[in-house]
Design a protein around this ligand. Structure first.
Ligand code: PEP
Ligand code: MG
Length: 544
């Protein structure tokens, strides 16, 4: 038995026979030619063929992983026509008098190198895309298309790396899991694996490839990122138990997917999901959430070693919005400070960080950081149904200052002729007792409230949420909390503002009925809780 550790990009477990992915890689040779026109004609014919293949892959992806994720193959089709890319190839054929294959391979290397050297991790991941389309063109020139070796019935695919088109071209019915030696979690391969709901592990290391062969037995744990090759009986038993638990969850899932969040008496509620990264989207879709009720955008800052730029943020927000199609996506602005610290913010050490310079306080004190995020959010708003939510509000003046910042960002975008949606919803978190108590004054200023019970509990009960020694005093169902939620709901509805709950309490199914009776419009929970809460809602009768 041998274990390899990588990064799980889709949480599920698979056990089975290994198939090592082999490419029909074409060896590209440099051949001199005195007929560059003929080479350019070969190139054009190959591109046409590649385009047709990509069209078919796009259709397959559309059915299996949805429009937003199939788009990468439309982008590949566009890359085939990219002027810079094509000019570089043609110039090399004409200038050096070389064969088309060689010119494509060298151009691919140059472009991939350029993408890899960029700071932005999204752009870095594009290196794989340019290699992918170039390999396809080369394969089309020699009539050889890359295919995986999937001779066994259902297999765990182990590869050095997988290109997006290779991932989607594999017969999903025959793939138990993907394991790659290399790869980044931001790559489209990882995103596709997640959206195909196939256990996937990336980055298990080169070493793995020399210790694994076709026909080996393996267990791929997408939760822990562990690949066990030729496991012993004890390990197999452990994983069988894990798989069984998973199967039970799946059964619940099958029963409730596609069903409404409606009580016996016909009251409906939205059940959304909380996420911290674009990586969680697969789970959101798998668990059939009606939208995203809380995207904790600060994780974008925490994962970075410097302030994420407007463009970097735009890319992430755009992808979340597109992946969720027309469903509502609520992105919370930066909630850094207290327990969430990033060195480059250079925040001073505080006596009571939970009561210190955090969230909107920091954003209002350092508006240049806030403006960058707001610009990125408004720019992304044209790609879906966006709600922007502000954390840690305690006073009316803060909210007014935030709203006027939003207006000035929009005016700036207008002046630059940059598009944004005029139906962006603005909302605040109710996570301080102050906000709940003055919710009558705050409600007319916004479209929605979302109750952050994690902080509301800590501030109402004076219980540090980080301190394990006071758990006994930290009653999450305390009457004071429930009353504050009720007051907020009443004030919200009086002003035509909708109200949700996005703190952990939203998933407490012993309170679902109470929340419905208060008129809560939305519950936003971790993706894996969506169907459990739906189950609870469907068993409630508010008339009884
Ligand atoms: C909350 O406070 O309830 C909340 C949802 O925000 P966070 O847990 O990120 O502080
Ligand atoms: Mg909070």
């Amino acid at each position: 038995m041998r274990k390899f550790k990588g990064k799980g990009v889709y949480g599920a477990v698979a056990a089975g026979i290994v198939s090592v992915f082999k490419r029909n890689d074409v060896q590209v040779k440099r051949i001199k030619t005195d007929n560059p026109e003929a080479e350019i004609a070969r190139l054009e014919a190959a591109k046409e063929k590649a385009n047709a293949q990509l069209g078919e892959i796009y259709e397959k992806a559309l059915k299996e992983v949805g429009e937003a994720n199939a788009q990468i193959f439309e982008i590949h089709m566009m890359m085939l026509e990219d002027d810079d890319y094509n000019e570089a190839i043609v110039e090399m054929i004409n200038g050096q008098g070389v064969n088309a294959e060689y010119a494509v391979a060298v151009t691919a290397d140059n472009f991939a190198e350029m993408f890899s050297s960029m700071d932005d991790s999204y752009m870095q991941a594009r290196a794989a895309d340019v290699r992918d389309i170039s390999n396809r063109i080369i394969a089309c020139m020699s009539d050889c298309v890359n295919t995986g070796n999937t001779s066994h019935d259902k297999v765990i695919i182990v590869a050095d790396d997988l290109a997006p088109s290779e991932t989607v071209s594999l017969d999903k019915e025959k793939v138990l899991a993907f394991v790659t030696a290399h790869g980044s979690s931001n790559s489209h391969t990882a995103i596709l694996a997640r959206n195909m709901n196939i256990p996937a592990i990336i980055g298990v290391g080169e070493d793995c490839l020399s210790h694994i062969k076709d026909g080996d037995m393996a267990i791929a744990d997408g939760f822990t990122g562990e690949l066990t090759v030729n496991p012993d009986e004890e390990t197999i038993a452990l994983y069988e138990k894990k798989q069984q638990e998973e199967a039970e969850k799946k059964a619940l899932l099958q029963k409730l997917r596609g069903k409404e969040n409606r009580t016996i008496d016909g009251t409906e509620i939205n059940i959304y999901a909380n996420i911290g990264s674009i990586d969680n989207i697969g789970e959101v879709l798998l668990n059939d959430a009606g939208g995203i009720g809380l995207f904790r955008s600060e994780f974008l800052y925490l994962e970075n070693s410097d302030y994420p730029s407007e463009e970097q943020q735009l890319k992430v927000y755009k992808r979340v919005l597109e992946s969720m199609a027309a469903k509502r996506v609520i992105i919370r602005t930066l909630d850094i400070g207290a327990d969430k610290q990033a060195d480059y913010f250079k925040l001073e050490k505080e006596e009571n960080p939970a009561l210190g310079l955090r969230a909107v306080r920091l954003c209002l004190n350092r508006p240049e950081i806030f403006r960058t995020q707001l610009r990125a959010l408004y720019r992304a708003s044209v790609y879906g149904r966006l709600g922007i939510m502000f954390p840690m509000i305690t006073s009316e003046w803060e909210l007014k200052e935030i709203l006027s910042l939003c207006d000035s960002v929009k005016a700036e975008l207008d002046a630059d002729n940059i598009e944004y949606s005029d139906s962006v919803e603005l909302g605040i978190m109710i996570e301080t007792p102050a906000a709940a108590i003055i919710s009558d004054k705050l409600a007319p200023l916004v479209d929605f409230f979302s109750v952050g019970t994690n902080d509301l509990t800590q501030y109402t009960l004076a219980c540090d949420r980080q301190n394990p020694h006071i758990e006994r005093f930290c009653d999450t169902q305390h009457e004071a909390i429930l009353r504050l939620i009720e007051i907020s709901a009443r004030n919200a509805h009086k002003n035509g503002t909708w109200i949700g709950i996005c703190g952990e309490l939203a998933a407490d199914t012993s309170l679902t009925e109470a929340f419905l009776r208060m008129g809560i419009d939305e519950l936003s929970v971790s993706p894996s809780f969506v169907l459990r809460v739906r189950d609870a809602v469907r068993k409630i009768d508010l008339t009884s």
